[in-house]
Design a protein around this ligand. Structure first.
Ligand SMILES: Nc1ncnc2c1ncn2[C@@H]1O[C@H](COP(=O)(O)OP(=O)(O)OP(=O)(O)O)[C@@H](O)[C@H]1O
Ligand SMILES: [Mg+2]
Length: 237
């Protein structure tokens, strides 16, 4: 579904991603892991057309995405749940949700995909608080609002960047369950996540990054067995 081939990304003269190649197959949850500053967000931004200078190829459903504007990439069916969540604090919960609807998406048949009623049905707290300003939500509620807003664009592939960052353990579990549910309802997911138990519980396959390169790939079972790899690239020494 998504294929990155030899991607190199630069911020001005600073070379940040080095020959990144990865694939995400339809139906999978693929996790991208690595310590702070290794280039996870830059990889997500590169896929979404938000990085300034990109060389290499990104094929999504066999179409080239490098060089496309990000709204075109979104319309092609890729949704982004950004690291900063991008909740508009002075807009209501409902107004925030409506921002997720993309023009032209009504080609999906009635009853298929996500609309505002289905969102409220699945996440009743959003309905209860639909007239409240986004800025008054807790961190966990903002994260769920950000995910649900992206779903309203009915993407086939969702890129989720560090959804559990800064959240209390109970909320972390809730967010993790939501990601699992979304995937089971047919949406493919590329997940950036630093909490290893979450990754091991959710991902079908894992790519491990260090200093702008992919250093290792495998299944959660493989990674559980590789103490050396975890120590070298993930654990804080
Ligand atoms: N806008 C920018 N301009 C210049 N350099 C940047 C920019 N954004 C990120 N970088 C640099 O690129 C490298 C990769 O950053 P990136 O945000 O992709 O890492 P990350 O793996 O997502 O880190 P974190 O876990 O902290 O979110 C870092 O060295 C960072 O300082
Ligand atoms: Mg990041």
């Amino acid at each position: 579904m998504l294929k990155l081939h030899d991607i190199n990304t630069y911020y001005d003269k600073s070379h940040v991603l080095f020959d990144i190649s990865l694939t995400v197959n339809q139906g999978e949850i693929v996790a991208l892991v690595g310590r702070n500053g290794v280039g996870k967000t830059t990889t997500i931004k590169t896929i979404m057309g938000l990085a300034p200078i990109v060389q290499g190829s990104i094929q999504y459903k066999e179409k080239e995405m490098v060089g496309q504007k990000s709204h075109k990439i979104a319309l092609a069916g890729i949704g982004l749940v950004p690291e900063e969540r991008w909740i508009f604090p002075s807009l209501t919960v409902q107004q925030n949700l409506l921002m997720g609807i993309k023009p032209g998406q009504y080609k999906k048949k009635v009853g298929q995909g996500w609309d505002i009623d289905k969102c409220y049905e699945h996440f009743p707290f959003l309905k209860e608080r639909c007239n409240q300003k986004g800025g008054f939500l807790s961190g966990g509620e903002m994260q769920i609002l950000s995910i649900v807003r992206t779903l309203l664009g009915n993407p086939d592939l969702v890129l989720i960047d560090e959804p559990t960052e800064g959240l209390a353990p109970m909320i972390v579990e809730q967010v993790s369950n939501i990601i699992k549910e979304i995937n089971e309802s047919g949406t493919t997911i590329l997940l950036v996540e630093q909490q290893l138990p979450i990754v091991l519980g959710l991902a079908h396959r894992i790519y491990l990054m260090n200093k702008g390169s992919i250093k290792w790939e495998g299944t959660p079972e493989d990674l559980q067995e590789r103490n050396d790899i975890r120590k070298k690239y993930l654990e804080v020494s």
